[in-house]
Write a protein that binds this ligand. Structure first.
Ligand SMILES: *[C@@H]1O[C@H](CO)[C@@H](O)[C@H](O)[C@H]1NC(C)=O
Ligand SMILES: *[C@@H]1O[C@H](CO)[C@@H](O)[C@H](O)[C@H]1NC(C)=O
Ligand SMILES: *[C@@H]1O[C@H](CO)[C@@H](O)[C@H](O)[C@H]1NC(C)=O
Ligand SMILES: *[C@@H]1O[C@H](CO)[C@@H](O)[C@H](O)[C@H]1NC(C)=O
Length: 360
């Protein structure tokens, strides 16, 4: 049996050969744009020229992540996740008897919070979760799947990093909105609101995140809905690379702002509000330290995380042409708010990262 090292070496050599060949011949040959090897972004002297398959000169293959088919497998909740903050037993977190499903619940005005998180904190990786959201009346309720390093108090000195999927509940018959956001060094304000092409309360759907040193991609059912590029070198916008983040899931009362800007509050008459989670196998990242509060993370050696020979780290520096099409379609049709088009909010000019992440 070939050892993982042998397989890995063979893989790297094959890839290198492919790169060299592709670079040499791309100018002369029509490039075979197989789905695995879409050429995507071209840079000349550090300038982005164009996205998409039309571009003739730059044909470096960049592979889309090829996640293991088991990424959102139904594995027991306690394999990867732990309850650190929800008092037990109060009904905020219910792991069902088969061990493979977990519910986060708001049951009354006195029990309006539920949470669980990964056992470890990560730097880079590919993560996924299946969620089925609260049906009918869910105004004011926020259910989340997000990634975060610990927040510190006071707020002014907080420097945490965070990447969000947050589902904003709605009144019966109205669409649940997915809010995505990024906090860097404690600063957020990068909201996008997305509608979904399906009813997220009717069935489980897969939500996933790819995070490496080059980019962060949000996926819904394996299709790209948002990208955030690492443009630290170009425009100085920070990027999460050195604060390990835990995978987190929560439910809470967001009456203040969640639904129609806070006009519709959570109404406990409709409790319990139940968000369902499954697919706890989707945790594959560079494990930096335990999630339990400890100082282990302050001293963790993160260098192995940038050297990991993993599909989620190596294989994607840019969106593929196929993913760019997905994102264009999504951005045109389903984005109902984008901070990058909110000129009123940024009278001094749009945030620097915007031009790198917009495709419409
Ligand atoms: C919530 O807690 C308060 C104070 O303990 C109690 O008076 C009230 O009845 C509780 N409400 C519900 C709905 O359980
Ligand atoms: C990504 O961001 C980090 C931190 O902001 C920076 O140090 C690093 O050079 C960036 N990496 C790439 C590949 O641009
Ligand atoms: C709720 O439904 C209303 C009416 O369709 C819509 O305007 C709003 O964006 C929806 N979402 C939230 C979070 O309020
Ligand atoms: C909550 O819902 C009930 C049942 O529809 C309704 O009677 C009540 O007025 C609502 N409460 C608020 C504060 O809107």
């Amino acid at each position: 049996m070939a050892s993982p090292v042998t397989i890995h070496t063979a893989f790297v050599i094959t890839n290198l050969l492919f790169l060299i060949l592709a670079c040499h011949f791309s100018l002369f040959l029509a490039f075979d744009a197989s789905p695995d090897h879409d050429h995507s972004q071209c840079k000349v002297d550090g300038e982005i020229l164009q996205y998409g398959i039309e571009l003739p000169t730059c044909m470096i293959p960049k592979r889309a992540p090829n996640p293991p088919s088991s990424d959102n497998a139904l594995v027991p909740w306690d394999r990867n996740y732990v309850n650190l903050y929800t008092p037990v037993p109060n009904g905020g977190l219910v792991v069902r008897s088969d061990g493979m499903h977990a519910d986060l619940r708001i049951t009354s005005v006195n029990q309006s919070f539920g949470h669980f998180q990964s056992k470890y904190r990560f730097v880079f990786g590919y993560f996924s979760m299946n969620l089925k959201l609260i049906p009918k009346q869910s105004a004011g309720v926020i259910a989340t799947y997000y990634f975060s390093s610990p927040e510190t108090k006071p707020k002014e000195s907080d420097r945490h990093d965070e990447v969000d999927f947050e589902f904003l509940g709605n009144t019966s018959g109205n669409p649940i909105t997915l809010q995505t956001n990024v906090y860097l060094n404690g600063v957020g304000n990068r909201e996008q609101h997305h509608y979904l092409s399906f009813d997220p309360t009717a069935a489980f759907h897969k939500y996933s995140l790819l995070w490496n040193q080059h980019l962060i991609i949000w996926f819904v059912d394996d299709k790209v809905i948002r990208v955030f590029h690492n443009k630290t070198q170009e425009v100085g916008v920070p990027f999460p690379v050195n604060r390990p983040m835990a995978v987190q899931c929560s439910i809470w009362d967001g009456s203040d702002w969640a639904t129609q800007g806070g006009r519709v509050k959570l109404n406990y008459t409709y409790a319990p509000f139940v968000a369902q989670y499954e697919g706890f196998g989707g945790v594959d990242g560079c494990q930096a330290c335990p999630a339990t509060p400890s100082t282990a993370c302050d001293t963790a050696d993160l260098s192995p995380c940038s050297d990991a020979k993993k599909y989620w780290f190596l294989e994607q520096q840019e969106l593929t042409a196929k993913q760019i099409k997905q994102l264009q379609k999504h951005q045109k049709k389903y984005i109902v708010y984008d901070y990058c088009t909110d000129a009123k909010r940024f009278p001094e000019g749009m945030p620097e990262e915007c031009r790198y992440n917009k495709f419409y």
